[in-house]
Ligand binder design. Structure first.
Ligand SMILES: NC(=O)c1ccc[n+]([C@@H]2O[C@H](COP(=O)([O-])OP(=O)(O)OC[C@H]3O[C@@H](n4cnc5c(N)ncnc54)[C@H](OP(=O)(O)O)[C@@H]3O)[C@@H](O)[C@H]2O)c1
Length: 336
């Protein structure tokens, strides 16, 4: 997707002016989904099939439909979060703030977020208000069971017992060699990263079910998929989130709740600033990444938003890496 305007959600979710070739566009997924979806989003599409008569029939219908105009059942609703309610943990910094909360709000969701720092939270709420986003917030340490319960009560009363979207985003890193970890590190990381996500999902279940179409996104990490030297406990908490996403996907499918994990590689935020400011470390990260760079916060939030949309209605139980190719990078001989 194009990103012509750095503030613009419209451009981020548009294919306006793009050209596309879709093979096999006269039947099934190609016809009713891919060709028409791309055309509705503004792309100029070329397609092919073996049957000329069928192809001409389709072209004629596409011409009649004009596709530049969205209809009631159409593209606008499938690619929007209009009117949905969302809880995003850890929305005052990094991926939570600049990406997830603002992306969801721009796409029409009513968002509640939390963090531990009241002054920072109030500053963010004030800025969101100025920008016209519907975002409220509570002070909450998600590593505390009692505070999680209080947060969900608050969310339930704010959103009349219905929640469409839960983003378990808050997280912490303690990068140490395994032999140096102590009990406190273990409890802190497990409570902040995993227990909080598990318990908040549990608490949110009746609200997600009541909404009629619920979606949980776990902010995992590539460190939960492969070994990355940011600490074995961190990796284990993220791996546990990925497994939890699969279990909930199966257990709660009957309640129309989907559950997925998003696993970013290095994204420049306060969380990893210190690691990336080590020049040698940063150089190694980049050299291991096929795309030759770290990621942007908005490259994560676009996937998070997509997973919550009606357009993603058949996607559940997945762990999707946002990593510039890092986790698929095997051996490559220099110069090839
Ligand atoms: N940045 C990356 O490279 C990267 C890569 C892979 C995965 N991730 C994951 O993405 C998520 C967000 O990371 P980030 O880089 O955006 O982190 P960040 O810049 O440190 O921001 C974290 C946010 O969560 C809040 N938070 C932290 N601990 C909390 C707690 N116990 N209770 C409530 N709120 C809490 C923070 O606010 P307060 O501190 O004021 O509470 C802040 O708003 C994390 O789960 C992280 O593991 C990040």
């Amino acid at each position: 997707m194009a990103e012509a305007d750095s503030n613009g959600v419209i451009n981020r979710w548009s294919l306006e002016g793009m050209t596309a070739l879709v093979t096999g566009g006269t039947k099934g997924i190609g016809l009713h989904a891919v060709v028409e979806e791309l055309a509705k989003l503004g792309a100029t599409v070329h397609t092919c099939s073996r049957n000329e008569a069928e192809l001409n029939k389709c072209i004629h219908e596409w011409e009649i439909n004009g596709f530049k105009v969205s209809d009631n059942n159409g593209v606008i609703n499938r690619w929007s979060l209009e009117g949905m309610t969302a809880l995003v943990t850890g929305g005052t910094k990094g991926i939570g703030l600049h990406a997830v909360v603002e992306e969801l709000a721009k796409l029409g969701a009513i968002v509640h977020t939390c963090s531990r720092n009241e002054a920072e939270l109030n500053k963010c709420i004030n800025e969101w208000e100025i920008n016209g986003f519907k975002v409220s917030g509570s002070v909450c340490d998600v590593s505390s069971r009692a505070e999680r319960e209080k947060l969900m009560k608050n969310v339930s009363s704010l959103f009349n017992g219905k929640l469409n979207i839960l983003i378990n985003n808050a997280g912490a890193v303690v990068p140490k060699p395994t032999v140096e970890f102590n009990d406190e590190d273990f409890s802190f990381l497990m409570a902040t990263n995993f227990e909080s996500a598990f318990h908040l999902s549990q608490l949110a279940h009746p609200l997600l079910k009541a909404s009629g179409a619920g979606s949980i996104v776990f902010m995992s990490s590539v460190a939960g998929v492969v070994s990355v030297s940011v600490g074995s406990i961190y990796g284990a908490t993220k791996g546990a989130m990925n497994q939890l996403a699969k279990n909930l996907a199966c257990e709660w499918a009957k309640d129309n709740i989907r559950s997925n994990s998003v696993a970013p590689y290095f994204i420049r935020t306060p969380l990893v600033e210190q690691l990336l400011s080590d020049e040698k470390f940063n150089k190694e990260v980049i050299s291991r990444t096929p795309m030759g760079r770290t990621g942007e916060m908005k490259e994560v939030s676009s996937l998070v938003a997509f997973l919550c949309m009606p357009a993603a209605s058949y996607i559940t139980g997945q762990t999707i890496c946002v990593d510039g190719g890092f986790t698929v990078n095997g051996f490559s001989f220099p110069g090839t």
